[in-house]
Write a protein that binds this ligand. Structure first.
Ligand SMILES: [Zn+2]
Length: 154
């Protein structure tokens, strides 16, 4: 007969500071002004959002700024219905992989402005290829939540 061992539930918190550096600081400051900034690589000409300090493809420093479109195309999405530790929003919520017009990478953010209570209804409103537009929060804090969500355009 094998012995059953008891378990206990415990919580670990890990407060930390993350240095944003000049690129992300300017990106977040832009959100406060309802602008989405990307940085453009002088070598490969790609525009990255959120703004980055170096090109992930050719490792060039990025110092050319671009106020990019607030509209884009939904590449993929998921509906979150389960609660778990660390969520910043209460389910249900949808996350989308968004390709902002004129940029060269995808951007993850919330999809909203639609009924998210039922997967079938969500599937009727969004799919890969759906056009979306940023919806701004009235209160800005120079963080990613200054954009409340991206709303499908139809
Ligand atoms: Zn590059």
């Amino acid at each position: 007969m094998t012995k059953e061992y008891e378990t206990i539930i415990n919580t670990i918190t890990l407060p930390y500071r993350w240095a944003l550096g000049p690129a992300w600081t300017r990106f977040f400051d832009g959100l406060k002004e309802e602008k989405i900034y990307g940085t453009r690589c002088r070598k490969c000409k790609k525009i990255f959002v959120p703004a980055r300090s170096f090109c992930p493809d050719c490792f060039e420093d990025l110092d050319e700024w671009s106020d990019v479109s607030q509209e884009g195309t939904l590449r993929s999405w998921t509906l979150v219905k389960k609660s778990h530790y660390g969520q910043v929003r209460r389910p249900p919520y949808a996350l989308g992989l968004i390709h902002l017009d004129g940029t060269d990478c995808d951007f993850i953010h919330f999809i909203g402005g639609i009924d998210l209570s039922d997967l079938k209804k969500v599937r009727e409103k969004i799919k890969a290829g759906t056009r979306v537009k940023a919806v701004w929060n009235k209160e800005k804090n120079a963080n990613i939540h200054d954009i409340s969500y991206f709303k499908p355009l139809k």
